[in-house]
Design a binder for this molecule. Structure first.
Ligand code: B12
Ligand code: SF4
Length: 479
């Protein structure tokens, strides 16, 4: 059976192209279960369209039987288009990923979508393929009654009725999931993981690693349909085994931790750093991609991270207003904890990055101003300012549905890094949010001392066209 796993082409603004570890995990499970004919196609880095890949394979008598497509909310429209292309070329189409887990029925209403997998997909995909293999006519297999037993699957029965099987429980034994099939990524095509080092190494081999899944916090804007609320950490030994593989076998030049919250268990986080130091795996620089949670840190952690090879840490700061932080974002952290984390990380010699949100319900010009001032006070090496985006299933989404006016009409309008407000609620106007967002970028990045610092960085000159485009983008529409 030939399987093509696809991350659709993205028109969502994103200066970063990182490997898709979810597809890596699916491919790893396929290989471990004897499905050896697997190809990864990441639209972010490929030259050819999926349609061209499928046409060429058919012309060579090596047609793909199954095309699995992954989609967060912002890519779902592209995922449907890909499914149309794939199904028209005879492949069975399976969709999975965050958006499918949130809105499975919407996709099951599309004839081009044969099957939808909700939640973690490693086991479900294997179970589906076993059923497809057992049925002689593959197209009718997508309605085979045996699919009824596959947890987390949405499908159509022989009468064409959409069936949503029971949810699949989260995998608790992460150590037993086969490692991602890293060898299938065209690694030379991905960008650096740390924007501060973009372009410095033209031969960068940047890999990401997931050391835990899930997060027990309930920030109101956060969409975590796949990894869920139950934190599940891999053992330090198991993570180190993968880390060693990335360093020694795959010759990684950079590694990024993409967990929702890798430092929830502070002792485990420190043990992991100690193990990386003891094993001599601290030679390859690493960063935290998703923000760390400030209230699970201390100076010793950052010192150990530094010794373990970490270069940069990111923190979800979100708001400079204590009330918004606690009651609206529900971040479960205080501004003092934010300040302490930045202080300790800097003291340990790490570069820092802060994530800040503008336009949460209940915000005013004054609260957003506090956020900008906090960003200036913390002065991270990178400030990432985002306009609040209400992803389906989040508390923010429910609130906007009830009391707000939503401006986003198609799913690709939901990009966090958009320069447009996605909604209006109460007295907070879109115009004000966009103005404060633009202003935050301007005031943060166009301070004389920061410009001077930037001009001294090699990356600024290597990536001058991209930097100029970004700068223009932030100014566009600025008031
Ligand atoms: C690393 C990361 C990135 C990286 C790389 C993204 C990538 N291609 O993987 C970068 C920085 C590029 C990125 C960008 C964005 N991201 Co992001 N990202 C993550 C992060 C932190 C980790 C992803 C990961 O490795 N997960 C672990 C793997 C194992 O899970 P997975 O990828 O979901 O795959 C599993 C299942 O979904 C399922 N599955 C997935 N695909 C398929 C396909 C088939 C056929 C099947 C059967 C199953 C299946 O099986 C997989 C294995 O269990 C997640 C948070 C998270 N914890 O998931 C956010 C997350 C996915 N990102 C998110 C968002 C919002 C974005 C952006 C839209 C931000 C923006 N610019 O506006 C962009 C979208 C760009 C894009 N092209 O995708 C949201 C998505 C929410 C939603 N409802 O869609 C998340 C969940 C963060 C959050 N909590 O809000 N992101
Ligand atoms: S934003 Fe981070 S801390 Fe908050 S719920 Fe999401 S993953 Fe957890």
């Amino acid at each position: 059976m030939r399987i093509l796993l696809v991350s659709p082409e993205s028109k969502v603004w994103n200066s970063r192209a990182h490997i898709h570890n979810g597809l890596g995990y699916l491919a790893g499970s396929l290989l471990a279960n004897g499905y050896t004919d697997v190809t990864l196609h990441d639209g972010a880095v490929e030259d050819q369209s999926v349609a061209d890949v499928l046409d060429r394979a058919r012309a060579e008598q090596r047609a793909y039987d199954v095309v699995g497509i992954s989609a967060p909310t912002v890519l779902i429209e592209n995922a449907w288009a890909t499914a149309r292309d794939a199904q028209a070329r005879g492949a069975i189409t399976i969709l999975g990923g965050p958006h499918l887990t949130l809105e499975p029925d919407e996709s099951m209403q599309k004839p081009e979508v044969d099957l939808v997998v909700r939640g973690e997909g490693e086991d479900a995909l294997i179970e589906i393929l076993r059923v497809l293999e057992a049925v002689s006519s593959q197209r009718s297999a997508v309605s085979d009654a045996r699919l009824r037993n596959i947890l987390g699957l949405s499908w159509r029965d022989a009468a064409g009725r959409v069936m949503h099987n029971l949810d699949r429980p989260l995998r608790l034994d992460l150590d037993n999931i086969p490692l991602p099939a890293y060898e299938l990524f065209r690694i030379e095509r991905y960008t650096n993981l740390n924007p501060l080092t973009d372009g410095l190494d033209p031969h960068a081999r940047a890999y990401t690693i997931v050391t835990s899944r899930g997060c027990p916090y309930k920030c109101t804007y956060c969409s975590k349909p796949i990894t869920g609320d139950t934190w599940r950490g891999r053992s330090v030994e198991n993570v180190v085994k993968e880390w060693r593989m990335l360093v020694k076998d795959f010759r990684a030049t950079e590694i990024g931790i993409t967990d929702d919250i890798w430092n929830l268990d502070l002792k485990r986080a420190k043990d992991l750093c100690r193990a990386l130091i003891d094993e001599g795996l601290n030679t390859v620089p690493w960063v935290t991609i998703h923000g760390m949670k400030v209230n699970h840190t201390d100076l010793e952690l950052f010192q150990l991270m530094k010794r373990a090879g970490c270069k940069r840490v990111g923190f979800g700061v979100e708001s400079g207003d204590e009330y918004i932080l606690k009651r609206v974002v529900k971040k479960a952290q205080t501004l003092d904890q934010v300040r302490a984390a930045f202080k300790h990380a800097k003291a340990a010699g790490l570069q820092t990055m802060g994530f800040f949100i503008y336009g949460m319900p209940g915000e005013t010009e004054a609260t957003m101003e506090k956020t900008t001032r906090l960003a200036l006070e913390l002065d991270p090496d990178l400030g990432n300012f985002m306009i609040a985006a209400p992803f389906p299933g989040t508390e923010l989404w429910k609130l906007i549905e009830k009391d707000g006016i939503l401006f986003s009409h198609t799913w690709d309008d939901y990009a966090i890094h958009s320069d447009r407000a996605h909604f209006q609620v109460g007295d907070l106007t879109a115009e004000l949010v966009e103005r404060k967002w633009h202003e935050a970028y301007r005031r943060f990045y166009f301070r004389p001392q920061r410009i001077a610092r930037r001009l001294l960085m090699r990356d600024t000159w290597r990536n001058a066209p991209q930097r100029a485009r970004d700068a223009l983008r932030f100014f566009r529409g600025a008031h």
